[in-house]
Ligand binder design. Structure first.
Ligand code: ZN
Ligand code: ZN
Length: 614
């Protein structure tokens, strides 16, 4: 080595060392204590106080208190700061931007800040305080301190008299104080506070499961059966994954009985499940079990085995990950499959559900424009996002939930078929969990292990099963080709049958009935309706010379066939517009997954292993 270059390298190393010191975390705060009270439940205002003890070095440096823009598990951007009011501190406050308040301690060793947050949505994403209860998702009410998310925090809750507190980290009855290793775990602990929730407990392989139910409508005596069926789901999922890491887990369930609140949200040791109806209502019981099967699967897939970008999170900008078709889509697939394996659905119910998902995906124009990975990247636009601006997402987007569900199912069947039953997607998922969660060194303060990228699944799936998945990922994950359903189903002695839907033509629009009449919900690109100049939100005054009602629509449509020119009158703003739709060739199809007549014994055995999980 030349002496000059040696000196250069020494200097370079020195600079790298200096800069790594500069980039290191600033000193931890001496303590961060959150206090939550709710003195006027009818105001829907949560009262938050944060008391911070500062170390000597930080007594003159402003601290920034920041409200998250969104919350893990739901990727629309909601800007929780919009519901913050009356931010106060024992030191000067400067509002820095829409989500940030800066507080200058000026030599104080204790900062005491307080604010109120309005919350009146019963939802795993938002929070609700009213005269019946408080139910919160921490990200929507607790600010973090910029640069100090890794610091340990404590929480003290002061409930209204007679209200009891419960969450997935409750260790004893009457508990009002919690310690969390960091802010991320604080907000991973949704909490219910009310006088009248109920709790039941069961054990599976030495782990305790609590089912907390708060019902706002009649239960019809179904709660004992609900708890027994949740236990069946837990057993089926533990049978696939092996023992979960926690000692106790809590299902926080609401039957909202308001016909609008519906959400399920996964957490490390709990889940929030909000069903819109009453437990006694038809269909609500089954809906709740479907949500349970999905959310409990997240204990492994997404909460622990997670895409690289999913923890710790950057809450100053929307999430950008290519992995939600795995994190959410595979969870959708397995949620359905686990109901079958738990004995809560039969083979036909499961296959009918998957055929319906195929119909949804294959009839969506976005399926041919948006890949599974692009759908994941588009999550902030499609997962519960509100749009003030009109969009064309009905024509361009698909959801990573059904898309990933089908991708997972097809991958599973290809593995089972090509390895003649020696391997499955279950094996791949267990291997991913092992490699990225159990055995990997921690990549951050937040949680054990490290996140994966979609290439990692491609690599692990190929290595574990001996099936080369590179072509599959190229065509079906990163591009928009139709999944190889025929090959996949044939391995288990099934076939996908596609038949033309009932209507004998295509108009290219969907209609919904509202109080003001028949409203065009969406118009397909390059369709007869678009050619006729129709657009979404038009009110259809008449079709084929007849007034359109819910009852008359199908009857009116039945009079026409492909090639007919149908006069349409619509109202748009203050105008009445007359046009003609020239009906096109039928485009809608229905799908059924059915038994192949010539299914072999081996194919039937593969199917049984798939559906029963052995
Ligand atoms: Zn409640
Ligand atoms: Zn999910």
């Amino acid at each position: 080595m030349h002496p000059y270059s040696r000196r250069l390298i020494v200097a370079f190393v020195f600079i790298v060392l200096l800069s790594s010191v500069a980039a290191a975390q600033e000193p931890s705060l001496r303590s961060i204590s959150y206090q939550l009270s709710m003195s006027r439940p009818q105001s829907h205002l949560f009262e938050v106080q944060i008391i911070v003890e500062l170390p000597e070095q930080l007594k003159d440096k402003p601290l920034q208190f920041q409200m998250a823009r969104w919350s893990p598990g739901r990727y629309g951007v909601f800007d929780f700061a919009k519901n913050v009011q009356e931010f106060r501190a024992n030191a000067p406050v400067t509002r820095v931007d829409d989500q940030t308040w800066s507080v200058a301690p000026h030599g104080n060793s204790t900062l005491n800040i307080s604010y109120k947050v309005f919350g009146n949505d019963l939802s795993g994403t938002f929070s609700q305080l009213d005269t019946r209860h408080a139910n919160y998702n921490g990200a929507s009410i607790f600010m973090y301190i910029v640069g100090h998310k890794p610091d340990p925090v404590t929480l003290t809750i002061q409930p209204p008299a007679g209200w009891k507190i419960v969450n997935g980290r409750t260790e004893r009855t009457g508990q009002t104080e919690w310690r969390f290793p960091n802010w991320d775990i604080l907000i991973d602990t949704p909490t219910e506070i009310a006088p009248d929730w109920t709790q039941e407990t069961f054990e599976v392989n030495g782990k305790k499961y609590h089912v907390v139910v708060h019902s706002f409508g009649p239960e019809g005596g179904k709660r004992p059966a609900l708890v027994r069926d949740i236990e069946k789901i837990v057993r089926a999922e533990v049978a696939m994954w092996g023992a979960p890491e926690f000692d106790e887990y809590t299902f926080l369930m609401h039957f909202a009985a308001d016909d609008r609140s519906g959400d399920g949200m996964e957490h490390l040791t709990s889940t929030q499940i909000i069903q819109p109806g009453a437990l006694a209502d038809p269909g609500v019981y089954d809906g709740a079990l479907g949500t349970v099967a999905h959310e409990f699967f997240h204990v492994w897939n997404v909460k622990r085995l997670r895409p690289k970008e999913l923890g710790p999170w950057d809450f100053t900008r929307p999430l950008a990950t290519r992995g939600l078709w795995i994190a959410e889509g595979f969870t959708n697939y397995y949620g359905h499959l686990m109901l079958r394996r738990a004995g809560l659905r039969d083979d036909k119910q499961f296959l009918d559900q998957e055929a319906e998902t195929i119909r949804r995906i294959e009839s969506a124009p976005g399926s041919r424009l948006m890949s599974a990975e692009e759908s994941s990247l588009s999550a902030p636009f499609i997962d519960g996002a509100e749009h003030a601006q009109l969009t064309n997402l009905q024509n361009t987007a698909i959801s990573y939930y059904p898309k990933g569900e089908l991708t997972g199912m097809v991958m599973d069947l290809l593995v089972r078929g090509r390895t003649r039953g020696r391997s499955s997607l279950d094996d791949v998922m267990r291997e991913m969990y092992d490699e990225f969660y159990v055995k990997s060194p921690n990549s951050s303060y937040y949680l054990r292990g490290r996140g994966y990228q979609t290439e990692d699944l491609e690599r692990v799936a190929s290595r574990r099963t001996g099936v080369d998945f590179s072509d599959f990922f190229k065509r079906y994950v990163r591009d928009v080709e139709v999944l190889p359903y025929d090959e996949a189903f044939a391995y288990v002695g099934l076939r996908l049958v596609k038949t033309q839907a009932k209507e004998p033509f295509n108009a290219g629009l969907s209609i919904q009935f509202e109080n003001r009449g028949a409203i065009i919900e969406a118009v397909r690109n390059n369709s007869p309706a678009e050619d006729a100049g129709l657009q979404s939100n038009d009110q259809i005054a008449s079709l084929g010379g007849k007034e359109v009602t819910k009852d008359s629509l199908l009857k009116t449509l039945a009079r026409f066939k492909t090639g007919d020119s149908v006069p349409v009158t619509v109202k748009r703003d203050r105008q009445t517009i007359k046009t003609n739709i020239v009906l096109g060739q039928p485009e809608r199809f229905e799908y059924v997954i059915e038994e192949k007549k010539d299914a072999t014994v081996e194919q039937k055995a593969l199917r049984a292993a798939w559906l029963r999980g052995n």
